[in-house]
Design a protein around this ligand. Sequence first.
Ligand code: SAH
Length: 395
Amino acid sequence: MNRFPVITCKKEAERPIHNRHPWLFSGAIKQMPAIENGEIVEIHLLDGTLAGYGFYAPGNQIAVRIFEFTRTEIDVLSEEYWYTKLANAFSIRKEYLISEQTNCFRLIHAEGDFFPGIIADVYADVVVIQILIQGVEKLLPQLLSSFNKLGFMHVYAKMKEVSERIEMVSIAKGWLTPGEHPVEMDVLENGNTFRVNIETGQKTGFFLDQRDSRLLLKSFSHNKTVLNTFSYSGGFSVYALQGGANMVHSVDSSRSAIEMCEQNVAINGYGSDRHQSFCSDTFDFLKSATEKYDVVVLDPPAFAKSAKAVERASRGYKELNLSALRMIKPGGILFTYSCSQKIDKDLFRKIVFGAAADARRNVRVLHQTGHPMDHPINIFHPENEYLKGLVLLVE
Ligand code: SAH
């Protein structure tokens, strides 16, 4: 059995450990061992008993990210251990999500799958990973062999700027598996086809986290005029067309996003008689538009990337929602989202409340949406919850 350097916690850390919170803050550690960033450590309570294993990051406020709570020793360096973790995550998706209609999904949602420091998204037989901490970087051999055993022959690494800058993750973006790779591929989501470019797409290629919300939009689209803002590759637009919308307008400020959107609309068999796209800033588009819509979708990028940015971001969300509320026909529907982790459900609802009051319209909440099942939230770790949405009836 491998033994690992030991971290002993202060008394005050026992409650969060009992509550299975996966982060151990530096202030809760009795003594910092002199070991390298990314090493696996054993976490001990004050009385010397084992509490679990985690990735160590000296100098970071989150000094340990715990990936296993256990009172008995486990060989957490073995390939078998990591394979089992990935296989468990895969089996939940297989049971509840993957089908002949859907072959793109999130396989690992970091702490939500008891695996801090990694995001892994699947597009058919390709896995795109984002490694967020050094601890996971050191496990790459075990991970690659596990993905292979699970049937994923192609693994591509994308990097996040913050992981390189703050966590000193040094792995370069690129393919981690040998041979030829499918760079551009067509994947299925609820029977709709989307072309995804693994190397150049935003995030890991596609916004997998809006799958359930798109299905909801489909059910509100029949015979409607729909405005989909921040449309990216047209996920919501395609579902609205599938749901029978008379006309869908897609708006994005990125030219390449608009091109992808038009391509996806065409691949699914819809023409310009029912879809039009606009390469424009959404704020400008909403201000200058003269047409009113039955249904509006607002799915902007995260306005608040840090706690400091929350106030400014809140003003941005309010302005956006107010502009949208002003251009919805009576009895229309607003799908509004925020993916800023720093703006929680309650604050988001207050912001939209403010916009509704200023718009002087009756607004009712029909649905409150969150993460789909392949983005599970560990109940002990609400910090991983970022996406929230409201479906509003606007009179
Ligand atoms: N709703 C999309 C995901 C949105 S991602 C989906 O379901 O796939 C956010 C998108 O907003 C990106 O495509 C980005 O290019 C676009 N964007 C960012 N700022 C914008 C702005 N001010 N106006 C319009 N589009 C913007």
